[in-house]
Design a protein around this ligand. Structure first.
Ligand SMILES: *Cc1c(COP(=O)(O)O)cnc(C)c1O
Length: 235
């Protein structure tokens, strides 16, 4: 199947899941997780109407950006952001989905201030308390929100999470529903610079479950582009 056909199938599954969750299909944003893919398939995904492109690695994103890979679509950074790469990512990414510490938020705020812009971010939540993953522990969220509220050059737009690898249909629903509850609870409180617009959860194996539990942004790679071919080792 072509990339356009893959996206058509995904859109129709998104529409069905959204209907189950009582949402309009258009309320769920489809982010193409385009890591390891060269510019051409990314352009095809944009032509087929994905809402944004998401990249994990800074150098790869900068190279593909310079090659015009993302023209016509917003660009999201979705990988672990190292402190020394903040400079390159702020302003290039319309949304940094993976803000995972107060220190990172402080650096993003400072860089955005130097550029005279406001940088949109999501807070990455480590919902299952996995040691191997970055992300903010649920117990730390309120202090991070207090910190973010005092950073005028950033705007928190919601939450993102990468739950444990799905072990079958429905295995992650409890994490998704816990995230949805956080999303609603935080949205009910008033913090400066904090809007709970986006709940970014759900990948190729579990996006319909995520939407049924309340996600309105899904990040999909292999179901759009096919299996990944790593050209460099994971760092
Ligand atoms: C690669 C990636 C995805 C998409 O993964 P698939 O299983 O290929 O859909 C989503 N989110 C993040 C952060 C990723 O790195």
């Amino acid at each position: 199947m072509s990339i356009a056909q893959n996206i058509e199938v995904i859109r129709s599954r998104i529409a069905d899941a959204a209907a189950c969750a009582g949402r309009e299909p258009g309320e769920v944003l489809l982010v193409a997780a385009s890591k390891t893919n060269p510019p051409e398939p990314i352009r095809q995904a944009i032509a087929a109407g994905v809402n944004a492109c998401g990249e994990n690695r800074v150098q790869e994103m900068v190279e593909k950006y310079n090659a015009g890979a993302y023209a016509g679509a917003p660009l999201h950074f979705i990988g672990h952001l190292q402190r020394n790469k903040v400079r390159q990512v702020v302003s290039l990414a319309d949304l940094i989905q993976s803000a995972d510490s107060a220190e990172l938020i402080r650096l993003v705020n400072a860089r955005a201030g130097a550029l005279g812009i406001t940088q949109d971010i999501l807070l990455e939540i480590n919902i299952a308390g996995e040691q191997s993953k970055s992300g903010i522990a649920p117990s730390e969220i309120s202090s991070i929100l207090d910190f973010a509220a005092a950073c005028p050059q950033i705007r928190v737009r919601g939450l993102m999470a990468i739950p444990p690898v799905s072990t079958g249909e429905g295995s992650n629903r409890r994490y998704f529903s816990a995230l949805y509850k956080l999303f609603i609870d935080i949205g009910a409180k008033k913090y400066d610079n904090v809007l709970m617009d986006f709940l970014s959860i759900g990948m190729s194996d579990d996006y319909t479950d995520a939407i049924m539990e309340g996600a309105n942004m899904v990040r999909i790679g292999s179901a759009i582009f096919g299996a990944r071919h790593y050209i460099q080792p994971e760092i």
